[in-house]
Design a binder for this molecule. Structure first.
Ligand SMILES: O=C(CO)COP(=O)(O)O
Length: 248
């Protein structure tokens, strides 16, 4: 069985000097510096990550990608080919912050998924319901609809991240039962869509911290973690990576 994957999502944080100190500390930590761990950094810092991680097994990830695949007149956009050229292995697609603040819809996310796979990147497709959707009992329907965009790619390696919107940056983590239920549902839908041949992991994201990582990552339905705030400091991130390592 493939090991669990831990991806840090720095979101819109970081500066060259602070990144350097953090990356050096990560490289010096044996729980972090190994295969199955990566960092999704803002575009301007991808080259810095690539240089820092050269010769290590740590993966470089981007937080977004253009829906437009071909080079051309798309001012401000960054293509999937460019990310591959920069040494990225993973790219986050459809993070709830992108859906919410940048109105990314199903059609846009399908294009991004296609562009990523065509460029040889592994998409990390993010899904998750809002608090209102959960409280009105629409969780399975909403997540099921979001997963339909995966029809755009076929039989390739990809990652799904289940991030309930109400658990992101709030300190309010979903219960172990809620996480397991959601992950089983996603795995079932993915299997229906792409069959057993697909190599899929479902990561959990939303207030993953040093003190809850063991419980979350020990679930068989959880293929890893997508970590926001806790990936900005080495101690907590190291502990989360250690929890993932225990499951190897
Ligand atoms: O959005 C997230 C990762 O993509 C989760 O963020 P937090 O871990 O800060 O809740």
């Amino acid at each position: 069985m493939q090991g669990k994957l831990v991806l840090g999502n720095w979101k819109m944080n970081g500066r060259l000097a602070a990144n350097l100190a953090l990356l050096q500390a990560m490289l010096a930590d044996a729980d972090i510096n190994r295969a199955g761990v990566g960092i999704a950094a803002p575009y301007p810092y991808l080259a810095q990550l690539g240089a820092a991680f050269a010769g290590s097994q740590l993966a470089v990830a981007a937080q977004d990608v253009s829906r437009y695949a071909a080079d051309g007149a798309f001012t401000g956009e960054v293509s999937a080919d460019m990310l591959a050229d920069m040494g990225c292995r993973y790219v986050l697609i459809g993070h709830s912050e992108r859906r919410q603040y940048f109105a990314e819809d199903d059609a846009c996310l399908r294009q991004k998924l296609q562009a990523a796979v065509t460029a040889g990147l592994v998409p990390v497709y993010c899904v998750g319901e809002t608090l209102q959707e959960r409280e009105s009992g629409r969780f399975a329907e909403v997540v099921g609809e979001q997963l339909q965009a995966l029809d755009a790619i076929s039989g390739k390696e990809y990652v799904v991240a289940y991030e309930p919107v109400w658990a992101i940056g709030t300190g309010r983590v979903a219960s172990i039962e809620q996480i397991d239920e959601a992950h089983r549902l996603i795995l079932e839908r993915v299997l229906q869509c792409h069959g057993a041949s697909a190599s899929i992991r479902v990561l959990y994201g939303g207030s993953v911290k040093a003190d809850n990582a063991d419980a979350i990552l020990s679930l068989a339905s959880v293929g890893g973690a997508l970590v926001g705030g806790a990936s900005l400091e080495v101690k907590g991130f190291g502990k989360i990576c250690q929890s993932a390592k225990k499951t190897l």
